[in-house]
Design a protein around this ligand. Sequence first.
Ligand code: PLP
Length: 395
Amino acid sequence: MAIAKKVQGFIDRASWIRRMFEQGAALRQRFGEENVFDFTLGNPSVEPPEAFKQELLDLAQNPQPGMHRYMNNAGYEETRAAVAQVLVQKSDLAVKPSQVVMTCGAGGALNVVLKTILNPGEEVIILAPFFVEYKFYIDNHGGTPVEVWTDRNTFQPDLEAIEAAIGPKTRAIILNSPNNPTGVIYPRDTLEQLGRILEQKEKELNRQIYVISDEPYARLSYDGLEVPCIFNAVRNSVIVTSHSKDLALPGERIGYLAANPEMNEVDLFIEGAVFCNRVLGFVNAPALMQRLVSHLQHVSVDIQEYQDKRDILYLHLSKMGFEMVKPQGGFYLFPRSPLADDIEFVKQAQNHNILLVPGSGFGAPGYFRIAYCIDRSIIERSLPAWEKLARETVK
Ligand code: PLP
């Protein structure tokens, strides 16, 4: 075999993603771009905010000597200071620039953190439904994913189930709030309870257990809801995030990780993370993007636009009989599949030119995901097709 057996196995298991793309492309060719309603990708259709373009122009017109060179593997001081300042405001804790490492997106940050903390065979708890890449990232660094279901009615963490899953090999729990694919936000009280459980378990098992809080949607919350800061709830916590969604820059690969200043042996953790950023081959986050986002820490895309899209879909799909939790943030809906087989449902949706991702892809058969980071006009034009699909499938 020309490639590693494990990778071949992963490709085979993930082949539904490829099939979905192929089917989408075939539908577009047959019916035309505007007649296919593609809700599959978390790739924002909105443009970055005006302030981003201004910064980009400024930088292009006033290039600084050395601005394309390597820098400290952790990133520019100026950028780390800007991020730290935001986190100080958010947490009221003394987060230092030295506790921030700039990374190639949230995906890069997750890999850096996992490489930094995992010994071979150690376990990482992930909460189903989960972001599809978590299992691959954990495997990248010799870890073992342990799936724990959230509450199936609310998609909130099931603290008893998490507690029961923690054992002598547990090294970390990945949280993702606002959540992909469910759109729920974990409230402060839940995070604080989790913090207390972990403190107890750390004592009992005599080992450090991290919460990795994956937050690329943290600035996309609706109805004025606040996304609580994990630092105030869990001592051994690290934030991983990016500007892929809040500044609509997913292709630019700019993000960061930040350690809770109260973390046990925080300096050692950061030293490890900076080293791993280097040896994973990322070396450092893109230089130009670091310069730009330093000045954009209080800027984001128009959140009202996403909230309006959520409202249109939630209102109409609920009326049609689809059951779902109303998202509080992010840009996904995760309704229950009206057919027992979610893959069959997604196939049936394709007959109406609606492209969706089956819940099975998120470790959650029996549901499907709608990504509504697409043009509002496509959402509105898709409603008659949804009506037909509902008449066929919703009992
Ligand atoms: N984590 C979650 C939950 C995501 O949904 C995504 C992207 O969709 C990522 C991480 C990766 O983000 P990035 O593009 O910043 O690597």
